[in-house]
Design a protein around this ligand. Sequence first.
Ligand code: TXA
Ligand code: MG
Length: 320
Amino acid sequence: MKLISNPTSNDSKKAAVALTQGNLVVFPTETVYGIGADASNSEAVNRIYRIKKRPNSSPLIVHISNIRNLFYWASDIPNYAQTLAETFWPGPMTLILKRRTGVSDLLTGGQSSIGIRVPSNRIAQELLLEFENLGGQGIAAPSANMHGEVSATTSDAAHEVFINEGINGDLILNGGPCEYGIESTIINCTNANPSILRPGVITPELIEVYTGIICNPSTNSNGLIAPGMSLKHYAPQTEIFINKLPEIGDGLLAGREFPTPPGVIRIATPKNLFEYAKTLYQSFEKADSLKVKSLCIYLPDSDSGIAVAIKDRVLKAASR
Ligand code: TXA
Ligand code: MG
């Protein structure tokens, strides 16, 4: 894949043309980098699965520029989902909705629902607008990583994974580090009430404050394939231990209140939960590249807000 650094509007236009020609484009979003294809082009979408070594049963999120384009993909949209979309899009939230008739099984993993997101990142928005100007309906994009591995939150990370993959015409848009650093909140909107399938920075607390909607925080997937269900997920090469005192040669990710013992390699000291989320995957990569013995992570001391999403990712990364 070819890397484009600091993409201009003109580069977004070129990338949109590449998508219409069946090429893949790795692009930044405010959560993590995505690897995108024209959602209506089965051959291109299939190539995403092949490159990522991702099982076809794992459905993809379709990215659109604006809530208006929702109706092309979804039907029977509940009122609460409409409210969520109006309140939190563009932003780090994915809605699982009933798919419209004719939407490909390739996007939905054969389920009757489809995941939709409107990202806010400037480059993602430009790419989507240019793509839709050319007649495109949406960009299918999973996180830019090999299946089961750590999502890329910097262009260097995406570059490292994909530079030797793909075919002539595939592109990587370098947009610097992602604003939030963990994947979008996924909300199941196929039942009478919404429920969270994957926690993220749009939290049930935030949803209630802004909309009055009560969102079930549990993963009551009701037959849906829930994200990150495979045992090893979001995982670095380095083994992770949770809330364990690090030994000589280990890496440490913890707040300031945990001092670094002698011989231990400090990987990160997040000052707050936003910084914790934003740098989590970068810390995984750093632990791998420094080849620490293992990575000891102290979890946030909270069971609400974005601490829930951070714990979800760390626990999944630690389970082997
Ligand atoms: O922040 C994000 O959501 C990033 C950026 C690129 O948008 N994307 C992302 O995609 O994390 P991916 O494919 O790595 O994770 C999406 C998860 C999958 O694990 C899948 O199980 C779930 O969303 N998903 C997608 N469509 C679904 C559906 N129809 N029903 C249930 N789960 C679905
Ligand atoms: Mg992923």
